[in-house]
Design a protein around this ligand. Structure first.
Ligand SMILES: Nc1nc2ncc(COP(=O)(O)OP(=O)(O)O)nc2c(=O)[nH]1
Length: 285
């Protein structure tokens, strides 16, 4: 069953997905950490969406503000000005469209246009975001772990046990949204690789990622091109495709159901081979 079929029938019930899904990153920003400026206007971003469709993407994730460490804040007006034409065009492509935003105002405008998923790296902590999403009964959600904001998060890496504390955070956010009536099958959870975590903490979280499966929601992960992969390989941000593919497969082997990536075609190929070779899903190994 394709991602679109899952969406039309069950609205983001990933338990029906027969394989890990590929979420393609479309950053309509001048300053994203790896592709900033490449799709920074509506025409180029829309063309990129169409290219990703041809490469086999399952979900488009549209972002209008960088979340890299130290990224400057963008107003809701500016963020939506960047996103609106791309959202409108992406919605006409017939595959699920996600908007990557922390702002309730941007969420509202995206939901009014009919986007399928809200992907919030701050797990709906903006005023009004919880109620807004809960009121939209069919929208899919990704709740991610981070601390602080892009300006402060890398100063907040003090954990007793990073995996336990990420799990406890996600459990609390999940419980909150369930208490507001959001159906569990609409929710994915994300450990937030690269957010308020050191290289060692990111790798520890990966090694024990399967422990997050106890939360009972599909995991969405985003390793693509991130600085931990650079630290492990010595590769610059534009040389991290092999590392990104390896990290995506490692995450899938430990239970991830959606991988959020820049390089869709390569990831689709890697997952095809992994699946053909009997790659188990959610092994927890
Ligand atoms: N759910 C989820 N969303 C995310 N959004 C942005 C980034 C950062 O990557 P990118 O969008 O490429 O960079 P930037 O934030 O600089 O635009 N990572 C994640 C992630 O790991 N998980």
């Amino acid at each position: 069953m394709s991602a679109s079929q899952i969406w039309t029938t069950t609205r983001f019930d990933l338990d029906l997905a027969e394989r890990p899904l590929v979420m393609g990153i479309v950053n309509v920003t001048p300053d994203s950490f790896s592709d900033g400026g490449q799709h920074n206007d509506a025409v180029r971003a829309i063309n990129f969406c169409e290219r990703l469709l041809g490469e086999g993407v399952d979900i488009l994730d549209l972002g209008g503000e960088s979340t890299r460490p130290g990224a400057p804040k963008v107003t809701a007006e500016e963020e939506w000005k960047r996103l609106e034409p791309v959202v409108r065009a992406a919605l006409s492509l017939g595959i699920p469209v996600s908007v990557d935003t922390c702002k309730a105002e941007v969420m509202r405008r995206a939901l009014d246009l009919g986007v399928d998923i809200i992907n919030d790296v701050q797990a709906l902590r903006d005023a009004g975001a919880e109620a807004l999403v809960a009121a939209h009964g069919s929208v899919g959600l990704c709740l991610m772990h981070m601390r602080g904001d892009p300006a402060s998060m890398q100063q907040q890496t003090q954990y007793t046990d990073v995996v336990d504390e990420v799990r406890d955070f996600l459990q609390a956010r999940l419980n909150r949204m369930l208490s507001l009536g959001v159906a569990r099958q609409r929710i994915t959870l994300d450990p937030g690789y690269g957010f308020a975590k050191t290289v060692e903490q990111n790798t520890e979280l990966q090694r024990r990622q399967h422990e997050l499966l106890a939360l009972g929601c599909p995991l969405l992960v985003g390793w693509s091109r991130k600085s931990t992969l650079g630290a492990l390989t010595g590769r610059a941000v534009d040389e991290r495709l092999p590392a990104s593919l390896s990290a995506a497969l490692a995450s899938v082997a430990r239970g991830a159901r959606v991988v959020r990536v820049h390089d869709v075609a390569a990831t689709v190929d890697a997952l095809k081979v992994w699946q053909a070779f009997g790659g188990p899903l959610n092994t927890g190994a």
